[in-house]
Design a protein around this ligand. Structure first.
Ligand code: ADP
Length: 156
């Protein structure tokens, strides 16, 4: 079953990579979709984020990464997906995601599935990584090993 995992991934974190690998193993056909989020401001280009994800996820069976410009509801249709996957860290994520998932089901008939993050990755976020990288702090703990060196100066 094809599922899409949309997000900003600016930058991809260890949390994203863990969810993507586990979801690919579970569903067998996962498309990680890099999309712009107007609420989050500009960061790395969508293409750069996709290339970084590709590096982190290289060799993972049942998974591919692509950029999509447009509405998520259209992405679901265009890519022939059965559901949207979102990762959940805590109640804050759930509170933010629930009305969106309800809306997708009601307005577009699109299902959303949630995957719990590993407890030890619950504090990991792109925003924390961006802040640390902007200030030249150590962000290695938040970033997948495959890209940690390469993006050290990407947000400065
Ligand atoms: P968006 O702008 O769509 O929220 P993000 O890149 O911040 O994009 O997140 C993409 C998805 O990954 C979201 O479902 C988010 O909840 C999930 N996610 C983010 N960080 C983690 C983490 N540490 N563990 C599990 N899921 C996470």
């Amino acid at each position: 079953m094809r599922v899409i995992y949309p997000g900003s991934f600016d930058p991809p974190t260890r949390g994203h990579v863990d969810i993507a690998r586990r979801a690919a193993a579970l569903y067998g056909d996962l498309v990680v979709v890099v999309m712009g989020n107007p609420d989050k401001g500009p960061g790395l280009s969508l293409e750069r984020r996709a290339a970084l994800l590709d590096k982190c996820l290289a060799g993972t069976p049942g998974l591919r990464v692509q950029v999509y410009r447009g509405l998520l509801a259209d992405a679901v249709k265009d890519l022939g997906a059965r559901a949207i996957l979102r990762g959940l860290r805590d109640q804050g994520d759930y509170q933010a995601e629930k009305p969106v998932a309800d809306g997708f089901l009601d307005l577009f008939g699109v299902e959303t599935v949630f995957m719990q993050c590993r407890p030890e990755l619950g504090y990991v976020s792109s925003s924390m990584a961006r802040q640390l990288l902007r200030l030249g702090g150590p962000a290695e703990g938040l970033l997948p090993e495959a890209i940690a060196q390469e993006i050290k100066s990407a947000y400065r």
